[in-house]
Design a protein around this ligand. Structure first.
Ligand SMILES: [Zn+2]
Length: 388
């Protein structure tokens, strides 16, 4: 374990865990959701908004920060926390997912991934070592290993080969981090948070045997926490739940488990009930900017004409700033008029809804009532209940 990093489970409800994840920059109550701050900001919100919503950790994207403004500049200005003015914990991804998503703009080989920037076409290369160095310069509290992100569906052979490459890359990432943090002059690489934790990533597609093999070998390398990657990439939702349920038991009980890039409010409750502790997803923020709000009754599309003269709040049971002050009619007007404030008010509500969902989940685990909550969220967020 790296200094200042600790994970403690305080309550259990079947497979679900209520816990506390301690970092040198603060304690995160788990299960937790991380709003996505792609370029060092959660789109449309200020850090003050996030703090008031109760966000205890945010995620930042290494790919975007590497391209602009560059980890060198951020390190010279004291690291990512100081640069963006956020004092609580930050998790950075490895940059791999965005690089893999570039399609024809990228080439993968055993040593790493070469790609062209989506901004100006300039050439870049992420190797396991480089992805680790960039995150060390950013100084996030939790760094992720570089993994190979396979498209869905993939053949069993391709899935197996990719899973083994991810394991080789994970070992290289860990070796590089240990060298960086233990050396006093790590070859010109800036290390702005020597206590940085690093999570390994389990791959293996939708094959339980490959997932189990990947989990065992990743745990063998030894990380502060473990993520389940390669899901929410187009597979049916039941398959995702199955893979999560089959993978989580192969991860150590005393380390945090992070399901990457997931999901809907129902997905969060389903995954927690299978033993997951950490989440991130662009859904609440991206959908807010498209006019879709998550409510206790399901999804609500603020563009819908039936809200035009509705004086009620988006969600009767919500205590967020938006719901306490504004009507559906006003929010619809702002959205239709293209006002920037529409993005802010919608995002405030959705982020509040997600963080409130996590508060309810944590409370339910303490009281042993998670199954009741799971059924309620399942009903509210089934496809039939959406207001499209
Ligand atoms: Zn609200």
């Amino acid at each position: 374990m790296r200094s200042g990093f600790a994970f403690r489970i305080t309550h259990r409800d079947n497979l679900a865990r209520r816990g506390e994840l301690a970092t040198s920059r603060g304690v995160i109550q788990t299960p937790a959701f991380m709003p996505v701050g792609t370029q060092g900001a959660v789109k449309a919100l200020t850090h003050r908004d996030l703090e008031e919503s109760g966000a205890e950790i945010i995620l930042a994207n290494t790919y975007h920060l590497h391209l602009r403004p560059g980890e060198g500049l951020i390190a010279r200005l004291g690291g990512l926390h100081r640069f963006i003015g956020w004092r609580a914990p930050i998790l950075t991804d490895s940059g791999g997912y965005q690089a893999f998503s570039l399609g024809e703009r990228r080439v993968i080989d055993e040593d790493g991934i070469s790609f062209r920037s989506h901004l100006d076409g300039s050439a870049h290369r992420f190797t396991p070592e480089r992805a680790t160095e960039i995150q060390a310069a950013l100084g996030s509290d939790i760094a992720m290993v570089l993994d190979e992100c396979l498209a869905y569906p993939a053949t069993p052979d391709a899935t197996r080969q990719s899973m083994h490459r991810t394991l080789r890359w994970a070992r290289r990432c860990r070796d590089r981090l240990v060298t960086l943090c233990e050396s006093s002059a790590p070859g010109g690489v800036a290390v702005t948070n020597p206590g940085q934790a690093q999570f390994g990533i389990v791959q293996g597609g939708i094959d339980p045997a490959l997932r189990s093999e990947s989990a065992g070998a990743t745990v063998g390398i030894g990380f502060e926490g473990y993520a389940i990657g390669g899901l929410s990439v187009g597979e049916p939702v039941d398959v995702m739940y199955e893979v999560v349920g089959a993978t989580a038991p192969h991860l150590p009980d005393d380390r945090p488990r992070y399901l990457m890039g997931t999901g809907t409010p129902a997905d969060l409750v389903e995954a927690v009930s299978r033993g997951i502790d950490l989440f991130d997803c662009v859904l609440p923020t991206r959908n807010a900017r498209n006019g879709q709000l998550f409510t206790g009754e399901g999804r609500l599309n603020i563009r819908n004409a039936r809200h035009a003269e509705d004086a009620g709040p988006p969600d009767e049971s919500c205590t967020c700033y938006t719901c306490r002050h504004y009507s559906r009619a006003y929010l619809r007007h702002l959205f239709m008029a293209g006002e920037i404030t529409a993005h802010t008010l919608n995002t405030l509500h959705n982020v509040h809804f997600y963080l409130d969902t996590m508060r309810r989940i944590r409370e339910a685990i303490v009281f042993g009532t998670l199954e009741k909550l799971r059924v309620a969220y399942h009903q509210a967020f089934s496809p039939r209940s959406s207001d499209s």
